[in-house]
Design a protein around this ligand. Structure first.
Ligand SMILES: C[S@@+](CC[C@H](N)C(=O)[O-])C[C@H]1O[C@@H](n2cnc3c(N)ncnc32)[C@H](O)[C@@H]1O
Length: 236
């Protein structure tokens, strides 16, 4: 082997030794990010969804704004905040709170809301869907996109969403139809999840986007009034 090649190998080994702690920390962070959002960094995730999913967020924003034109809305796992900002633009009477476990995502989302001049109505907070840092009965509606498959504790996540919803409030949880050719089976799994949660039941819709591809499924659950609330009888 030539001296030049030996020198290159030695330089690479020396660099790897000197920077091994930094490299290890980077790999650890990247693998945690891949588990949480399928990408090594919030920046790459944001760039990808900007390129391919803006049309989907636009559609979800129209649907959710029609359901909650004036309410307080929670976006669970708000990521880089693209949907939250769209929602606030679509519904000027709505306030949006985004919760996400990633500091990097929350910072990015808050910057997006500030750039859009929407910081007063769109706020973000770091938190885990399985233990939301929010009070009970605070929200008229909840939305979540492309996140359910990351919830390590799905039952706790749904129970938390139930807790923070007002009576009569509705949550719409959109996720990838994991098996694009079997969206009905994925729907069954979502129905079972809803049935086992405090919601007791839920409706599942296949979302065709763009146009005819069954790319997503949407689980819609509603916090029903308790029997005594429905009859207006406080002592029943
Ligand atoms: C695939 S991204 C979806 C982000 C956004 N909803 C969207 O449609 O672009 C999943 C997001 O869930 C967040 N996340 C993962 N596990 C979480 C948890 N337990 N609680 C809160 N957020 C979580 C990640 O940080 C990431 O931002």
């Amino acid at each position: 082997m030539s001296r030049k090649r030996w020198f290159t190998i030695a330089a690479m080994l020396l660099t790897a030794t000197l920077y091994r702690n930094r490299l290890r920390a980077y790999l650890k962070e990247a693998s945690a990010n891949v588990r949480a959002f399928d990408f090594p960094s919030a920046g790459t995730y944001n760039a990808l969804v900007a390129a391919v999913l803006e049309g989907f967020y636009a559609r979800v924003a129209v649907e959710v704004a029609a359901a909650h034109p004036h309410g307080k809305l929670l976006e669970v796992e708000s990521g880089p905040g693209r949907l939250a900002v769209r929602l606030a633009r679509e519904a000027p009477g709505m306030t949006v709170t985004g919760v996400d476990i990633s500091d990097a995502m929350i910072e990015r989302a808050a910057r997006r809301a500030a750039r859009a001049g929407l910081s007063e109505r769109v706020q973000f907070e770091v938190g885990d869907v399985a233990a939301l840092p929010l009070s009970a009965g605070e929200f008229d509606g909840v939305v979540s996109t492309l996140s359910l498959h990351h919830w390590s504790e799905r039952a706790s996540g749904l129970a938390e969403i139930y807790r923070v919803l007002k009576t009569g409030g509705e949550a719409r949880i959109y996720d990838l139809a994991h098996w694009l050719w079997r969206p009905a089976q994925d729907g069954n799994r979502l129905s079972q999840l809803a049935a086992a949660s405090p919601f007791g039941e839920g409706e599942v819709e296949v979302v065709r986007w763009p146009d005819s591809v069954p790319a997503f499924v949407m689980l819609r659950v509603r916090r029903q009034p308790l029997p005594q609330e429905a009859t207006g009888c406080a002592t029943c």
